[in-house]
Design a protein around this ligand. Structure first.
Ligand SMILES: [Zn+2]
Ligand SMILES: [Zn+2]
Length: 293
């Protein structure tokens, strides 16, 4: 799905903000700015843009053609309904992107930087179209929201998330209760064991509070950014395909189809010494279904 279009249209403006932040980090905070890492993010962003030639809108159009209602956006309450529906769907899409390795293989690219700044926002994976991430948004089209409206709403969701990739903005008082803020997103990008796998929201943080995945930033426990197993490469291609290569290595290392399926669809930290029951429970818990045994 080509939902990064709006993001790219405002890219020159975002680039200015990235440089303003860099000068503030160097001039005001007296810290080093990771120019090389940000440049690699820029190259990855170009690759992400190219990857969008993969046609994925067909999933939404198929669902729209079989819709059960037609929800017009002529009324403001339907616009609010679309916004809340996108937020809820994005929450589960993002949660699945962390807890199902098949989707994590694309999303890990966004979490690979070891510094947290605005340039991280556009470091997006190249393989989301191949892994079929659009299927998460099919129910919205099936319910009656136009695919184009879904794409625009997702673009705005992603655009909102640009400004939350910074360490320069502190906690924002009452906004922290319902909005996804820089503080909440710092926690999301942290690899500290206390912070891992939480704060999946897009614009809102309310679904994390509702579904028990909310964690507040603790000033005595500063976030450590990056992956728990760093990629150790500056090659955009290696970063974009790293986890797929790891999955491939894992599935050829065993003759068991059961293990192969777990290597692909279980949480990214799944290993064969997990019991089968535990891994299935874990997947079910993270995609929001009750495990049935
Ligand atoms: Zn994430
Ligand atoms: Zn992020």
């Amino acid at each position: 799905m080509n939902y990064a279009n709006i993001f790219l249209k405002v890219f020159p403006f975002l680039l200015i903000l990235i440089f303003v932040e860099a000068f503030l980090i160097v001039g005001w905070k007296k810290q080093k700015y990771p120019w090389q890492e940000s440049f690699i993010s820029f190259l990855i962003a170009i690759g992400h843009r190219i990857s969008q030639i993969i046609p994925t809108a067909g999933f939404l159009i198929f669902a729209w053609n079989h819709r059960i209602f037609t929800i017009s956006l002529n009324s403001w309450w339907n616009v609010v309904l679309l916004f809340l529906s996108i937020e809820l769907t994005y929450y589960w899409f993002h949660r699945a992107s962390h807890r199902i390795r098949w989707f994590w293989a694309s999303h890990l690219v966004h979490h690979s930087p070891e510094h947290f700044n605005l340039s991280v926002a556009y470091r997006l994976g190249w393989t989301g179209g191949i892994s079929g991430s659009t299927i998460f948004f099919m129910p919205l089209a099936w319910l009656g929201f136009e695919p184009f409206a879904i794409a625009i709403a997702l673009s705005l969701n992603l655009l909102y998330q640009f400004w939350i990739h910074t360490e320069l903005i502190p906690k924002l008082g009452f906004l922290e209760w319902f909005l996804n803020t820089p503080s909440h997103h710092r926690v999301h990008h942290a690899s500290n064991s206390e912070y891992i796998d939480c704060n999946y929201g897009g614009v809102l943080i309310i679904f994390d509070r509702l579904f028990g995945t909310f964690t507040s930033e603790n000033t005595s426990n500063p976030p450590i950014y990056g992956l728990t197993h760093p990629i150790k490469s500056n090659n955009p291609l290696k970063i974009a395909l790293h986890e797929w290569m790891q999955i491939f290595k894992d599935i050829i290392s065993t003759d068991s189809w059961n293990k192969r399926l777990c290597y692909i669809f279980a949480p990214p930290n799944w290993k064969p010494n997990y019991t089968k029951q535990k891994s299935v429970k874990s997947i079910a818990a993270h995609i929001g279904q009750s495990p049935t045994f």
